[in-house]
Design a protein around this ligand. Structure first.
Ligand code: SF4
Length: 620
């Protein structure tokens, strides 16, 4: 089979064949490749095609990682198309919690934090028949594994099949990994030390025989930084004290009271955000001998007796206690780690591993090939340096001349800059948003910088809901609620979506065709100053301006660009993009915009009539 035969569509779009070749070559010669392809270009099919052919020829395996579960399903849709042309063993893998059938029958809703203990308790005590059947029903399990890896089916259908056979779906998925040429999963199976062994120890392929593809790679630095930051709030220690009291753990309770007192005292006497690790450890240890703190930290973090007691008596584990233990253990192992910094704020302590790039390189070093995908890595040299990749890394930029028909409007009359968030500014912002929604007939996506901004704007936009189907993202939406919002938006022409930049609807959710005609990016989501940011700035190793770009500006700009491009999903699409913040009207920022956002650019403080005129002129 060759690349043309494997490609899941009848022909390549402009640029797709070059990308397929590029990925194929990198996977064959074991190099690192960064692909920048604008949103809507259709990069998944060429990347899969190039990587799969190379992997088949050299008997390698592909691990394709995405940021979210929704993105995993998007990749599986392309794989299903490839499977129609050729047999291809493929498995997707989520967290165990997403598969558990036993918890459906639990007397109490099992929290995510308690799930590890819940599963372990039931498996160890032979209380999970779904697990026991994995070894008892060899023939049925083998046939399920074969079925699961040879054809793509929806997650709910897969769970239904396992439910009717009465076997644990997670164990079936884990067994399917062993012989799957392609495994599609989320970031944490590659970047989480505890989870990655599940992939690495399952299967006949070594890392040197594995090709790793990382989607939405512009998120990598932030993802690595967040994953290597441990936070402990004073409120959490207070909760741990209360929880241990309720569980009659008197010794633990008195130790926690002592730890909280020492920490509060230490913070009151030290005004800087920076905390000297050894002094902090000394302060918490007080007059106890050197074994006291490590012993308490171990006891709190494992807390196994309490965990089992909780699960056995039908309660969730009080995770506040284990969280205090995890922080103390990380603190105790940090003094030898130069780049691990302890910082504090008024409400919490933070332990931050600032050496993001070394951690990233350490985790991907042994793989044969690495393919990073993004719609926005500009400036690419800074992107490479921010995750520790050197100039030998190949960059494939999809022809920037191939573009959508987009009109971009930067409105300089408003800003969400913290100091400017007055009621007058909110009034101006809502005036401009309602002018846009009044002029655009099709769907509109409004993307704000934070949930607090969303909550402030929401009541001011209620009038919109009288004439349009107004849908609003909430802080912790479940999958079912998100799907309902998307179903309603996509099935009701002219809907308006109010969502957060960097949230679940601004990345990985596409609005093709006529579903959305305009995106409105309200404000630049620069992160507010924080102790973790100070720690990153001081340890980043970048010059002042580059550090500002890598740590603050580029992450905010990428969120804005991702939001702006939600509706630009195919080369023939016409669409409007509004940036409502004067900070976007800056040469350095505009330079970093992708080409399609610069082709028809208008800047100014536009009044309602001007907005309406610009929309009419563009004639959607
Ligand atoms: S073994 Fe499977 S079904 Fe049983 S508790 Fe664990 S995840 Fe749930």
């Amino acid at each position: 089979m060759n690349l043309e035969e494997l490609f899941p569509y009848s022909s390549f779009r402009e640029g797709q064949r070059d990308l397929t070749d590029s990925v194929y070559e990198s996977c064959k010669n074991g190099s690192r490749l960064v692909v920048e392809a604008m949103s809507g270009f259709g990069k998944t099919a060429p990347v899969l095609t190039g990587a799969i052919l190379a992997a088949e020829e050299d008997d390698n395996r592909i691990i394709y990682t995405c940021r979210t579960k929704r993105q995993v399903f998007r990749v599986m849709e392309e794989i299903e198309r490839i499977q129609r042309k050729t047999p291809l063993s493929t498995t997707y893998l989520f967290a165990k919690n997403d598969y558990c059938l036993l918890k459906e029958m639990s007397r109490f809703p099992v929290s995510q934090e308690s799930f590890k203990w819940y599963c372990s308790f039931n498996v160890t005590n032979n209380l999970c028949s779904y697990f026991m059947n994995i070894s008892l029903m060899n023939k049925e399990v083998n046939s399920l594994v074969k079925e699961f890896s040879s054809s793509v089916r929806s997650h709910s259908k897969f769970l239904d099949t396992c439910r009717s056979t009465h076997v644990c779906p997670y164990e079936v998925a884990r067994l399917a990994i062993a012989n799957s040429r392609v495994v599609v999963t989320t970031y944490h199976y590659i970047f989480d030390e505890a989870s990655r062994s599940i992939l690495l120890n399952n299967g006949r392929w070594t890392p040197a025989e594995t090709i790793v593809v990382i989607d939405e790679a512009h998120n990598l630095r932030d993802f690595m930084r967040d994953a290597s930051t441990t936070e402990l709030s004073f409120a959490e220690i207070e909760l741990a004290i209360k929880d241990s009291r309720e569980l009659y753990m008197e010794r633990i309770e008195s130790s926690l009271v002592e730890i909280l007192r020492s920490l509060s005292d230490f913070c009151a006497k030290n005004t800087s955000w920076y905390v000297e690790k050894n002094s902090l450890i000394e302060k918490i240890s007080g007059s106890h001998d050197a074994t006291w703190l490590p012993n308490i930290a171990f006891e709190l973090s494992t807390c196994s007796g309490v965990a089992w007691q909780s699960i056995a008596t039908g309660k969730n584990l009080p995770t506040s206690i284990t969280r205090v233990g995890d922080f103390l253990r990380a603190l105790l192992s940090s003094p030898g780690l130069e780049r691990t910094v302890v910082a504090k704020s008024d409400r919490a302590m933070f332990l931050i591993d600032t050496d993001t790039s070394s951690r990233f390189l350490g985790l991907v070093r042994d793989y044969k090939s690495l393919v990073l995908l993004s719609a926005t890595i500009n400036p690419s040299d800074l992107f490479l340096r921010s995750i520790g990749l050197d100039e030998r890394t190949r960059i494939h930029k999809v022809n920037p001349n191939q573009t959508f028909q987009a009109r971009t409007i930067i409105d300089t009359g408003v800003s969400t800059r913290f100091k400017m968030r007055t009621s007058e500014m909110f009034r101006k912002l809502t005036g401009k948003i309602s002018a846009i929604c009044g002029a655009v007939r099709g769907g509109v996506g409004i993307f704000v910088p934070s949930y607090s901004m969303l909550e402030s704007l929401r009541p001011l936009l209620l009038d919109l809901g009288k004439s349009r189907n107004l849908l609003v993202e909430a802080r912790s939406l479940g999958n079912a609620e998100s799907e309902e919002i998307m179903r309603s938006f996509k099935s009701t022409p002219g809907s308006v979506l109010l969502a957060v930049q960097g949230g679940r609807f601004s990345e990985g959710e596409d609005f093709p065709g006529e579903q959305m005609d305009a995106s409105v990016v309200v404000g630049l989501s620069l992160p507010p100053p924080s102790p973790t940011m100070y720690a990153e700035y001081t340890q980043s190793g970048f010059g002042k301006h580059d550090a500002y770009l890598v740590i603050s500006l580029l992450p905010a700009l990428r969120k804005a660009i991702q939001s702006a491009g939600r509706h630009m999903r195919s080369p023939d699409k016409r669409g409007l993009v509004f940036f409502l913040d004067s900070r976007f009207d800056d040469r350095e920022i505009i330079e970093m915009f992708p080409a399609w956002l610069k082709q028809d650019l208008h800047e100014g403080d536009f009044q309602r009539q001007e907005i309406e005129q610009m929309v009419r002129d563009f004639a959607l």
